[in-house]
Design a protein around this ligand. Structure first.
Ligand SMILES: Cc1cc2nc3c(=O)[nH]c(=O)nc-3n(C[C@H](O)[C@H](O)[C@H](O)COP(=O)(O)O)c2cc1C
Length: 253
């Protein structure tokens, strides 16, 4: 018969060893996880700009090659719309910046339920033959259950939508999760973001119809009106005065 103290000591030793293994793995894998996250974001930027097919299997090196050859990464100051100076575009992490009180501010009350606004944000310039073809903007906002993080690509007129994709959310598969459905994503191409200078693109309840007859509307996802309302709110927020509005005005000017 083992004594109680032996059993407790043994259990504590097992817990300590397991804890060290788990913590050690988390720390040692952190760099690899960060690199994978970066790679995933690069893939999404390439996809939303039409430089990579949905589901296309390419190596990490090919992703990086396509990205570095075609995409210029900018960091812009949201309030002024100017290119931010003294910020390393290679290491700038917008999500981290939005969480840090030194590099972000409380957002004004908004329908996208964005809590904190980073002072600076990424813009991706997708180029072809040296000319800007698309501008890709990171967007985020609350759906029903989660914050949706994604990218909106505009054509060089800064009005026509080239694509919308989300790379992270926790909406219900089959309902709000249908924001990832390629058929739904295809509906965005060619719609217009702005009407009379104001962000007007929206997801409606029901069917919107073709681009020509409904330039500012996209079909709703059935059973997922709340997620769709979130998508409308987050797009209008990031295209508006507290988001990339000042940058858009500067570039159009
Ligand atoms: C388990 C469960 C998960 C749901 N997930 C979502 C969701 O991810 N997004 C969403 O908008 N609505 C979701 N709903 C439905 C909403 O409560 C709401 O009924 C719906 O958004 C209304 O959309 P409709 O007007 O198109 O029916 C969920 C409902 C249940 C019971």
């Amino acid at each position: 018969m083992r004594s109680n103290s032996y059993i407790f000591a043994f259990a504590a030793a097992v817990c300590a060893v397991c804890g060290i293994v788990v913590a050690g793995s988390a720390v040692s894998l952190k760099d690899r996880q960060d690199a994978n996250q970066r790679l995933d974001k690069q893939k999404k930027v390439l996809t939303v700009a039409g430089l990579m097919e949905v589901g296309e299997e390419i190596t990490a090196q090919e992703v990086q090659k396509r990205f570095s050859e075609n995409v210029e990464v900018q960091v812009v100051t949201l309030k002024s719309g100017e290119i931010a100076k003294d910020i390393d575009t290679a290491t700038f992490d917008q999500q981290k910046a939005a969480k840090d009180t030194a590099t972000s501010a409380q957002a004004p009350t908004n329908r996208a339920k964005v809590q904190r606004l980073p002072h600076n944000a990424n813009v991706y310039l997708v180029k072809k033959d040296g000319q800007v073809k698309n501008y890709v903007f990171p967007v985020e906002g609350k759906g029903l259950w989660s914050t949706l993080y994604g990218y909106l690509a505009l054509e060089k007129d800064l009005n026509t939508i080239a694509g919308l994709t989300f790379y992270q959310h926790g909406e219900t598969p089959g309902l709000g999760g249908e924001v990832d459905n390629p058929k739904w994503k295809a509906l965005w191409k060619g719609r217009k973001a702005f009407k009379d200078g104001k962000a007007n693109i929206r997801v409606i309840k029901g069917q919107a119809g073709p681009v020509d007859s409904a330039p500012y509307e996209v079909d709703g996802l059935s059973g997922a009106t709340l997620t769709c309302n979130g998508v409308t709110a987050l797009l209008q927020f990031w295209l508006g005065e507290h988001g990339f509005g000042p940058y858009l005005t500067k570039v159009k000017g």
